[in-house]
Design a binder for this molecule. Structure first.
Ligand SMILES: C[S@@+](CC[C@H](N)C(=O)[O-])C[C@H]1O[C@@H](n2cnc3c(N)ncnc32)[C@H](O)[C@@H]1O
Length: 393
């Protein structure tokens, strides 16, 4: 039976904690994963405008506060410090961890927070107060505004916030279309409060998840709203599929690291009928998409699907093959740190004869990063934009 396993182990951190001073309390906050950039912090002015709305503009003290997309838990922790009960909905398992670690760092109990993944809604007894941080994509925005509609009666006000640079005319059109009349306040420290009133007439729900077929490969890929390359196959992934490792017979352990819709894991499951395939991603929607991809391609019993931070839940020397198209963004920041941490983890988790196959943009320089960690690194394929690298301990 394929399984989605529970949220992975917590990796405690004590690096990069910063102080957030607000009119409602002072907090010490960190980002998980810590990426070493001293300029990055766990909160933004968009959290501040939502906090002001929740703690001053209206009396919400009796209501459950449903907080969406709280990247590192800053808003959640501030609300808990101010004696609110919070249901936090996030697509990021790392965001959930940051929330727990930031609560602990501020000696606050996690009893008053319910952490839910992005496909699950709370069942509040009374109408909740919704506080919404704008997500990265319009697809996720649209999906979540429909979720919010299902939580609230007509006439309720939804408070959302965004940094001015994230806010486009198309964004506000989605608020208007899905929820109803929408107004924005004047910008404060480059952030804006958005208020939408839920209107009577509900628009048709977009179809989620979507499915696309990969021409020539006989695969169908399932994609929930936040998944990487959810409308077509990524060109780097295609190159790796065209130059896929030859997998011998036997009970191998293969990991699709940063699985997205599970395309690489699925290709491995087809070629290695006796292997155990693990699909890992920090995004809940990715993990669920990968699981549904296996099912729709009739390989439902072959995979294990884990939300978490890279390979942290795997034992040393346990994997024969790791396949990876590593991320180069986290939240709104570009970063190579996650890819580098994945390479470090892969070195530990591979068996002595095991191999890591990586596809990436050539300009990212992953060849050097791998050569610093692995005894042998070879180029398995190359085109104008992408490179497939094969590393052995
Ligand atoms: C470039 S995408 C590749 C997706 C898929 N393998 C493909 O080829 O289409 C990178 C993936 O890594 C995931 N990711 C980001 N940080 C991660 C982390 N710390 N642990 C596991 N997965 C992570 C992202 O959510 C994203 O799905």
């Amino acid at each position: 039976m394929a399984e989605v396993l529970a949220i992975g182990r917590c990796r405690p951190y004590n690096k990069g904690m910063k102080t957030w001073t607000t009119p409602w309390g002072t907090l010490s906050l960190g980002r998980q994963p810590y990426d070493g950039d001293p300029a990055l912090q766990a909160w933004s002015a968009a959290d501040l405008v939502l906090a002001r709305y929740a703690l001053e503009a209206v009396d919400t003290s009796e209501k459950l506060q449903v907080v969406f997309n709280d990247a590192f838990g800053a808003l959640t922790v501030l609300l808990i410090q101010n004696h609110r009960s919070v249901a936090q909905i996030s697509d990021s398992s790392l965001g959930q961890r940051s929330t727990l670690l930031n609560l602990e760092a501020n000696e606050l109990s996690s009893d008053k927070v319910l952490l839910l993944d992005s496909l699950t809604l709370p069942e509040p007894e009374k109408t909740p107060m919704v506080l919404y941080r704008l997500p990265k994509t319009n697809a996720l925005l649209e999906f979540q505004l429909h979720q919010i509609r299902s939580l609230l009666p007509v006439g309720s006000v939804v408070a959302a916030s965004a940094m001015v640079k994230e806010l486009h005319t198309s964004t506000l059109e989605i608020f208007e279309r899905v929820l109803g009349p929408t107004v924005t306040d004047l910008a404060e420290q480059k952030a804006r409060l958005i208020r939408s009133t839920v209107a009577e007439r509900a628009p048709a729900q977009p179809e989620f998840p979507t499915v696309f077929a990969v021409e020539g490969l006989g695969m169908r890929l399932v994609n929930h709203a936040s998944v990487f390359s959810r409308e077509n196959l990524d060109e780097g992934t295609r190159l790796l599929l065209q130059h896929f490792p030859k997998i011998g017979m036997g009970k191998k352990t293969i990991i699709d690291l940063g699985c997205g819709n599970g395309v690489l894991g699925l290709a491995a499951a087809r070629r290695a009928p006796e292997a155990k395939i693990y699909c890992v991603d920090e995004s809940f929607m990715a993990v669920w998409s990968a699981r549904e991809t296996f099912h729709i391609n009739e390989l439902g019993g072959r995979g294990f699907f884990l939300p978490g931070d890279g390979l942290e839940d795997f034992d040393a020397a346990s994997a024969d093959l790791i396949l990876c198209n590593p991320p180069f963004h986290y939240q709104n920041a570009q970063t190579l740190e996650i890819a580098l941490s994945m390479f470090d983890q892969a070195r530990k988790v591979l068996k002595p004869e095991g191999e890591l196959w990586v596809v990436a943009n050539r300009h990212l320089g992953h060849h050097k990063a791998l050569a610093a960690r692995f005894a042998s690194v070879r180029t398995a394929a190359l085109d104008e934009k992408f490179i497939v690298l094969r590393a052995k301990r």
